[in-house]
Design a protein around this ligand. Sequence first.
Ligand SMILES: [Fe+2]
Length: 300
Amino acid sequence: MTRLIEVLPGTVGREMPSRTFRLKHQLAGHSLFKLERLAKLAASLPAESTEFNGPVAPGQDPKLTPSNGLSAEETVRRIEECQSWMVIKNVEQDPEYKALLDACLDQVADQTGGVMGGARRRQAFIFVTSPNNVTPFHMDPEYNFLLQIRGSKRMSLFDHKDRRFVSEEDLEMYPGKHRNLPYRESFEAKATQQHLEPGDSIFVPLFDPHWVQNGPEVSVSFSITWHTDTSENLVKLSYVNAGLRKLGFPQRPAGTSKALDAIKVAAYDVARPLYDVVKKFVGDRRKAVALFFGRTAVAN
Ligand SMILES: [Fe+2]
C-alpha cells in the first residue's frame, strides 16, 4: 500500500520528540485540496470554522488585524489576488477530510511504535494563503504535522522552553486569550527554519512558538493535530497556572514538581466541567471567566 505520509528513518525515537523533524507525504495534488473543493468546504462549515484576514506582520497586534471584506468562500476563490491569510478549522467535520486525517495519523502511528499514544482528540486545519502572506508569531496547544500541499512556505520555529523568545506567562492559556505572541526581529537569527515545498511535512512540537512566511505563490497546507496523555496534562497545567497567576499566585513551569502537577491536573478535571456549566448558564465566556478568576482575567 502506498503511504500517504512517511516518517523518515531515525527521526523518531521511543518518545514523542520535542524538536521539529521532517516527513514526506503524497497529498500534493489530492482532489480534497483543489481551490474549488476548499471553497465549497468553507461555505459548508459553520462561520466559526473559518477565520481570515488581510495582510499582517510577524508581530501583528491582534486588535489591528485587517479585514479583507470578503466571505469565506470568496476568500478561497480570490486567494490569488486578495492578499489574505485563511484557516478552515476542524475540517474533520466533513467526512472526507476526517477519513484523510485518520488515515494520515494512523499511518504515522504505525511507523512510530506507540509514541503517538493513541493519537486522541484528532483535529485538522487547512491554511489557504495569498502569495507572500504571513502567519504571525504564535504557539499551538497540540502536536501537529504540517503537510505542504501547494506553494511554498518557511516556518521559523523556537523552543518554548527558551525564555529569550517567550515568557512563562505568555505561554499560559486562558479562555479568550489571543494566540499571537510578542515577536522581535532579533529572534530570527536563533530560529530553526523549515522550508516546505509540496510533498514536504514537518512536525511542530507542542507549544513551540513559530511564524510563517509564505512563498511567491498561493499556498495550501494541511495541519493534522492530536494529543497524548502527556500533552493533555501539559495543556491542563497551562490553564491552571494561568488561573493561579490571575489570582496573584504565579507558578513555576510544568515539570518542576510532579506531585504538584498531579494535584493541578486533578483540580482542572474537577473545575473544567464546573466552568462549562457556568459558561452555559451565564451564556457568555467573558462572564464565566470573570466568575472564576475575577475581573482581571477579562481585561487581557
Ligand atoms: Fe501554528
